[in-house]
Design a protein around this ligand. Structure first.
Ligand SMILES: N[C@@H](CCC[C@H](N)C(=O)O)C(=O)O
Length: 329
């Protein structure tokens, strides 16, 4: 996995060291969007597509919707170092989908990555916000008390600037594409939302329809986005006042993730869902949304400067040694 290393023995002749037989990995999840985390801070691991697929395999591997490699920004190859953009971003989140493909961003993954850094002693939340490098730019994370769970913690992430790729026309019309989802008879209008990675959001008639759609197959999106897309099916559940008087909207969502399939949560997808529903609701719509996914609930909040914030839990459940020969990658 790591490039074969060499050691200069006393004779001066290069002696190959054997390739590592095991790999330390941690399993974590954010609202049941689950990941295999690898500590590769010195950037030595050759994380091939095949190794990602083997680790993410739910029967023959550890199992996960994605693999997250922790690497020091200073260890990134020349050129890639610009991905971190900000000298505070000491750590880079290398995110891979379960099929081995690279994704720009993962909202649940950033929270789990922050919890992982804290567990390794690489971030102390008492010292202030954490800045993380990702392929979609830097992300800032803070820890906050979990709502309604005394002693529990949530992580809130400034997910950066969001856009509607369809521009003003899509904003005015509320859609810019059509999606065919298995289980629905006709194509539905949908709205593209970019949150660092691509999403296409369509509203369904109600919760019965949401439960009935088949997301085991990738929905077909037209026009086809150039780099594929994640598809969120949503049902707006209404708006109400929180105890502090803030207007809060609620949305139920299921997702088919690019490079994975149906997952039990998607953080960037929750942001896209809230942003689409807010666009459809028009003037006076809430700036805070609770998004219910099969794996739990996350909070999405509009920030100043065109940014969006995602907050939710992050849980580390196991640390394991992977036998690379048995994994067969
Ligand atoms: N589950 C993630 C998104 C992971 C990447 C996505 N599948 C893509 O290819 O863009 C999230 O929580 O945001």
């Amino acid at each position: 996995m790591t490039s074969p290393d060499t050691d200069l023995a006393a004779t001066g002749a290069p002696v190959p060291l054997s390739a590592p037989a095991t790999l330390s990995a941690t399993k974590g999840h954010g609202t049941q969007n689950d990941f295999v985390l690898l500590d590769d801070r010195d950037g030595a691991l050759d994380l091939t597509d095949a190794l990602v697929r083997a680790l993410a395999d739910r029967r023959a591997g550890i199992g996960g919707d994605g693999v997250i490699r922790l690497v020091a920004s200073s260890a990134l190859p020349e050129g890639a170092a610009s991905l971190t953009q900000d000298p505070r971003a000491q750590w880079f989140m290398d995110y891979r989908n379960a099929d081995g493909s690279i994704a720009e961003m993962c909202g649940n993954g950033v929270r789990v990555f922050a919890a992982y850094l804290a567990s390794l002693g690489l971030w102390d939340p008492a010292d202030g916000d954490l800045t993380i490098g990702t392929r979609a730019g830097v992300r800032h994370v803070r820890r906050e008390p979990a709502p309604g769970a005394p002693g529990g913690v949530w992580y809130a992430v400034d997910m950066g600037a969001w856009t509607l790729p369809g521009g003003d026309t899509a904003q005015a019309a509320g859609f810019d594409s059509e999606v065919v989802v298995a289980g629905l008879e006709v194509a539905r209008p949908a709205l593209s939302v970019d949150v660092g990675n691509p999403h296409t959001v369509l509203a369904l008639a109600g919760e019965a329809e949401l439960e009935s759609v088949d997301l085991t197959r990738a929905p077909s999106v037209s026009p086809a986005p150039p780099h594929g897309t994640n598809v969120e099916v949503v049902v707006p559940l209404g708006e109400g006042a929180a105890p502090d008087g803030t207007l809060v909207g609620r949305v139920r969502m299921r997702v088919h993730e690019r490079g994975v399939g149906e997952t039990r949560s998607c953080g960037t997808g929750a942001c896209a869902a809230a942003l689409a529903v807010r666009t459809w609701a028009g003037h006076g719509a809430p700036d805070v949304w609770l998004v219910d996914v099969p794996g739990g609930t996350v909070r999405v909040r509009l920030l100043d400067g065109g940014h969006v914030e995602l907050a939710g839990p992050a849980v580390l459940v196991a640390a394991v040694e992977v036998d690379l020969a048995a994994l067969g990658a």
